[in-house]
Design a protein around this ligand. Structure first.
Ligand code: SF4
Length: 123
């Protein structure tokens, strides 16, 4: 039977999880190694619809730096990361920007916004 090893990233304990396909299980998977139910939910999500937070930068003008750090305010599907990066790379903002300002709203219809993670004053 094929199995996949994962490390749970939900809390700092980092439990080592093993996931096996099991057609007799309701979810279709058997999951071992989790110390709590959140690890089970994490492994299931990783197998069926993995998501990621996306930290990156966008161009900024009128400030002392040329890049503004940004991130998604909620995880987005892993399959959309490259498409999201293409959109993000086309964006340029102008200082001043406050931490938490929305740079791209509802990116790719995911419900997640790209937000500034740093305040950048105008020079
Ligand atoms: S399974 Fe539970 S205890 Fe283990 S890392 Fe995940 S959240 Fe933490």
């Amino acid at each position: 039977m094929s199995s996949r090893k994962l490390i749970c990233i939900v809390c700092p304990l980092g439990c080592r999880l093993t996931v096996e396909i099991d057609v007799s299980a309701e979810s279709g998977y058997k999951i071992y190694g989790n110390k709590c139910p959140r690890g089970h939910a994490y492994a299931l999500k990783e197998m069926t619809a993995p998501t990621r937070m996306l930290p990156t930068t966008v161009k900024i003008s009128g400030s002392h730096l040329s890049r503004l750090p940004v991130k998604t305010d909620a995880p987005i599907p892993k399959t959309l990361i490259f498409e999201a990066m293409t959109l993000i790379n086309e964006v340029a903002v102008t200082a001043p920007i406050k931490i938490g300002d929305i740079v791209i709203e509802n990116i790719l219809g995911t419900g997640s916004n790209i937000v500034a993670t740093r305040t950048m004053h105008a020079k």
